[in-house]
Design a protein. Structure first.
Length: 146
């Protein structure tokens, strides 16, 4: 497969993530399976380079801690790869007995994380991250709301 074809597949994946309706059962599963279809062959890995992204790592760790219900859990053996031409990151990690797999579009600041603990149940979490400008912080929610 050519780089152009891979970029077209990643663009289609980006669109399917954008249009996924979490209210519809199986919506995120279908998106993640589309990612697995892309990753099935060697082309995605061949186009990828090892990378680090502290924002994505911190986001993954927060989501993973919530998933395993342990705020002290940390990501183990994280592997993050990037396809710069598509502003795309993907990889995997372990956390407290769970296996995590993810993909993330840095340009859109959106992605999807899947967790599995060796059963037939996989849990999906859609990720939307926004980097706040220096010196700012998130707003407090209304009183009485979590």
């Amino acid at each position: 497969m050519s780089e152009k074809q891979l970029l077209a597949q990643l663009a289609a994946l980006r669109e399917s993530l954008r249009s996924a309706d979490i209210e519809q059962s199986g919506s995120l599963s279908r998106v993640f399976h589309a990612f697995f279809d892309i990753a099935e062959g060697p082309d995605l890995v061949l186009a990828s380079k090892p990378t680090k992204n502290p924002v994505v790592r911190a986001t993954l760790e927060r989501i993973a801690r919530d998933h395993v219900e342990d705020q002290k859990a940390s990501l183990q053996s994280i592997r993050m790869l990037g396809v710069p031409a598509a502003a795309f990151l993907h990889g995997g990690f372990f956390v407290a007995g769970a296996i995590g797999t993810f993909f993330y579009f840095t340009g859109d600041e959106q992605g999807l994380v899947a967790f599995n603990r060796g059963t037939d149940m996989t849990y999906f979490c859609r990720v939307t991250a926004t980097t706040l400008p220096p010196g700012t912080g998130p707003m407090r929610g209304p009183r009485g709301k979590a």
